[in-house]
Design a protein around this ligand. Structure first.
Ligand code: ADP
Ligand code: MG
Length: 460
């Protein structure tokens, strides 16, 4: 936890030095994941945040480390998908996954140990279990096959080959099989094809292929992620072919994942391709709205942060080709609410996501959204707007709500009346007139309307 705590303290020191909006944009959702010597590795939720942190804040943070923590630190910022499983895993496991990062932004962390020429299995992400996986149309076959394999490994589909786009749950399912089979007392080994290849190269260098073989033969369930990276590497393919045959003959379960089906992996030898197709090929498609909503609902429940249903729907609404993006949206909104010290509302969610993700996240201009913004502007509650109190501090906000609904939405007077707690249309008309009248001479009224309109434009 040293990295987590160090980064947290550094953030605390940096916060007063940076404008709140910029702080939120760059620091929300970041996590210290590794402290190796003087190098602190921090994961940022987006590429933009990572770049900003690198470019604008690295010197400041390094200076603050000296001042506040009394130690020299070199900052390394990476984006979460540069870590293979997509999220910061247990701190120890992160360094293992660095080795397989195919991106240029590879952090310059000193290698953990002298290169022992064995196969490095990564530890399983604690959350990537079946009970945290939401099944739906897009992943039903993959989910069913994975559960089947997990309950009777080696028996039916061997290998199980899962394929689909980035962020659709392949690593999650592979690791879920790992957890479940370990619970059966079997030894599961998870690694990416990239790690496999690196370890093999090292084994060859150290003339220790026997130790390498011994390492994988000791495994009952072999889980290899992102197998597409194996194509075109003669030596690796060759060794993999032997490994596959060994394990398969011994009745061990093999599960592979790839971003595409075997026939679409270029330069893959036919004999390996046909091996991959021996068992079951199961694809995972992009989730439809129902599945997206089910996933964000489940995830919000796990996070134990109060997300109202309209916010969950808003997050799930745009087409997403990546479940990780949905999780990112939830995290960002939760962080924004925490920073602002506010409840999560549609207005807050829309402001946050539009800032980060652009027009895809334009909120629909609904009466509910208008009421939220009006209430926020006047620091009253939505219930105050709907209520019957004739208290002056509620009457004016209520009339403004009527006016803005009338001007900015397509709702009829009768509909506005319903939205505002069942008032009749003459009341609404009267409210609108009052505001129109006030706008002619009252500077404060103009200010109220302008501010609310600006807030509306910011989110919709
Ligand atoms: P892939 O390996 O296909 O790129 P991951 O398994 O890393 O994708 O999934 C990305 C993120 O989305 C993970 O946090 C994972 O838990 C989550 N996820 C993906 N699909 C689902 C699902 N059906 N239910 C719950 N979480 C999911
Ligand atoms: Mg993956």
């Amino acid at each position: 936890m040293k990295a987590v705590e160090t980064w947290r303290r550094l953030c605390r020191a940096a916060r007063p030095e940076i404008s709140p909006a910029l702080y939120r944009a760059c620091f929300a959702g970041t996590l210290g994941v590794e402290l190796a010597g003087d190098v602190l590795v921090v994961v940022a939720p987006t590429r933009t945040a990572r770049d900003q942190l690198r470019r604008r804040f690295a010197p400041l943070l390094e200076r603050l480390a000296q001042q506040a923590l009394r130690r020299p630190l070199t900052m390394r910022f990476i984006v979460s998908h540069e870590i293979v499983s997509g999220e910061a895993r247990t701190v120890g496991a992160v360094s293992a996954s660095y080795q397989v990062t195919p991106l240029t932004a590879r952090p310059h962390v000193a290698p953990a140990a002298p290169a022992t020429p064995l196969l490095h299995f990564a530890s399983l992400h604690p959350r990537y279990r079946f009970e945290h996986f939401v099944a739906g149309d897009a992943n039903r076959l993959a989910f069913a096959a994975a559960s089947d394999v997990a309950s009777s490994p080696g028996a039916r589909y061997n290998p199980l080959f899962l394929y689909g786009g980035v962020g659709l749950g392949k690593t999650h399912l592979l690791m879920a099989i790992g957890h479940a089979t370990e619970a059966l007392g079997l030894r599961a080994g998870y690694c990416t094809a990239e790690t496999f290849a690196n370890d093999l190269v090292r084994a060859i260098q150290y003339h220790d292929q026997e130790a390498f073989r011994a390492a994988y033969r000791a495994i009952d369930v072999l889980l290899i992620d992102d197998i597409q990276f194996i194509g075109g590497r003669e030596r690796t393919e060759e060794e993999f072919f032997h490994m596959f045959n060994d394990l398969h003959l011994a009745g061990k379960q093999i599960v592979l994942s790839s971003d595409r089906p075997p026939r679409a992996i270029p330069t893959l030898h036919d004999r390996l391709r046909s091996r991959f197709e021996w068992g079951l090929l199961a694809d995972i498609a992009a989730p439809d709205f129902a599945l997206r909503l089910a996933i964000v609902t489940a995830r919000a429940g796990e996070m134990a942060v109060g997300f109202p249903p309209n916010v969950l729907e808003y997050i799930a609404r745009p087409d997403a080709t990546n479940v990780r993006a949905l999780e990112g949206a939830l995290n960002r909104i939760a962080a924004a609410a925490r920073v602002a010290g506010e409840r999560i509302t549609l207005a807050l969610a829309a402001a946050t996501l539009r800032e980060f993700m652009g027009d895809r996240y334009r909120a629909e201009l609904t009466p509910g959204l208008v009421l939220e913004l009006v209430a926020k502007h006047f620091r009253v509650t939505a219930a105050d707007l709907l209520g019957k109190s004739r208290n002056r501090s509620f009457v004016w906000p209520r009339q403004v709500a009527m006016y803005v609904l009338r001007e900015e939405t397509t709702a009829s007077l009768a509909q506005i009346g319903t939205e505002l707690g069942g008032r009749d249309h003459t009341t609404i008309m009267h409210g609108c007139d009052q505001v129109t009248e006030a706008l002619r001479f009252d500077e404060r009224a103009r200010h109220d309307i302008d501010a609310i309109r600006t807030a509306l434009r910011a989110v919709s």
